[in-house]
Write a protein that binds this ligand. Structure first.
Ligand code: A2P
Length: 319
């Protein structure tokens, strides 16, 4: 079993280790399933200790079930051996709804705390149930301060050991840092060789915010994905010459930057392959080639842009 390197996240009760490879659980259309539960159990057997879920994905329940099963089977002594991230959906991104949303998440997970709780998007939607496709006419003003204060309260109460954000640009992080009493521990964003996020990464490193990379393989076939990462000729050539898979080249590249890799596979062979990125490295020449890949965001987030909402265009969303 691979030992997965960890990074230390600051928490109110001292540093907490976050494994730098985590398993994503988002499948589209969103639905929890037996397959998902079985895949998570296999991942635990293979050595995965970090799982990424969200209220949106409907994967909190199967994750909770799989963890309970792993404990009853003796694969884990307790839930404390895991690092669990979940996220606050937009319809709960209102100061007075955050705590309730996290409590629902915890009930779904059958856990007393999450290790990391993130604001999923810098977007608020009409309170109520999660609606998809995302209804633009339900977008409301995002009051970052009151949402973050509620996140801080969750942190103080120990319901979330660390708190952070997802899909936040430099400008939005700067605004958050200007009033946060507890700074965000992490920013989860799209990172892969086709969307390298150089500016945002530099900013986060400078501010001590851990970058967690979603869609490291481009999340092919999903609403937020692109087939261009797995279809990249440059990456294919590098992979072939090195005797690695294209996926491993992507994951190793993300890992070498110090980002936390969140990769989704429910296939046991690919899960193994995705962990096998630790004991080898990319050469300078390979890194330079990857640096030259034309940049293109896989998920622009057009859903969150609307003429009557707070973000009138993509520049305002990603400023
Ligand atoms: P599967 O679950 O069948 O393995 P991302 O992590 O960027 O969101 O991408 C997830 C997608 O990439 C899923 O469709 C997943 O399919 C596929 N995938 C995960 N690992 C690999 C791999 N090592 N090789 C090829 N495809 C992979």
């Amino acid at each position: 079993m691979e030992t997965i390197p960890e990074v230390s996240l600051n928490t109110l009760s001292g540093p907490k280790a976050m494994p730098l490879i985590g398993m994503g659980t988002a499948v589209y259309p969103f639905a929890g399933s037996e397959t998902m539960q079985a895949a998570i159990l296999s991942a635990i057997k293979l050595g995965y200790r970090h799982f990424d879920t969200a209220a949106l994905y409907q994967s909190e329940r199967p994750l909770g079930e799989a963890v309970a099963k792993a404990i009853s089977m003796g694969l884990l002594k307790s839930r404390d051996e895991l690092f669990i991230t979940s996220k606050l959906w937009c319809s709960d991104a209102h100061g007075d709804r955050v705590m309730g949303a996290l409590q629902t998440t915890l009930r779904n997970l059958q856990m007393d705390y999450v290790d990391l709780y993130l604001i999923h998007w810098p977007v608020s939607a009409k309170p109520g149930k999660i609606n998809l496709p995302f209804p633009k006419d339900e977008i409301e003003e995002f009051d970052m301060r009151s949402v973050w204060e509620a996140m801080e309260e969750c942190n103080r109460l120990g319901l979330a050991k660390s708190i952070g954000v997802s899909n936040f640009s430099c400008k939005k992080l700067e605004h958050l840092l200007s009033f946060a009493k507890i700074p965000p521990a992490a920013n989860q964003v799209e990172v892969n060789p086709l969307w390298q996020q150089k500016k945002l990464r530099e900013f986060c490193v400078q501010k001590g915010i851990q970058v967690c990379a979603y869609s490291p393989l481009g999340a092919k076939g999903t609403l937020w994905g692109t087939d261009q990462v797995m279809g990249s000729k440059m990456l294919q050539d590098i992979a072939q010459a090195k005797g690695k898979s294209l996926a491993q080249i992507c994951l190793r590249w993300v890992f070498e930057q110090g980002d936390c890799v969140l990769v989704k596979s429910f296939n046991e062979e690919r899960m193994k392959q995705n962990l096998d990125i630790i004991n080898w490295e990319l050469s300078d020449d390979e890194r330079e080639k990857i640096d030259q890949i034309p940049q293109r965001k896989g998920f622009p987030g057009l859903e969150f842009v609307s003429s009557d909402g707070p973000y009138k265009n993509l520049e305002e969303l990603w400023d």
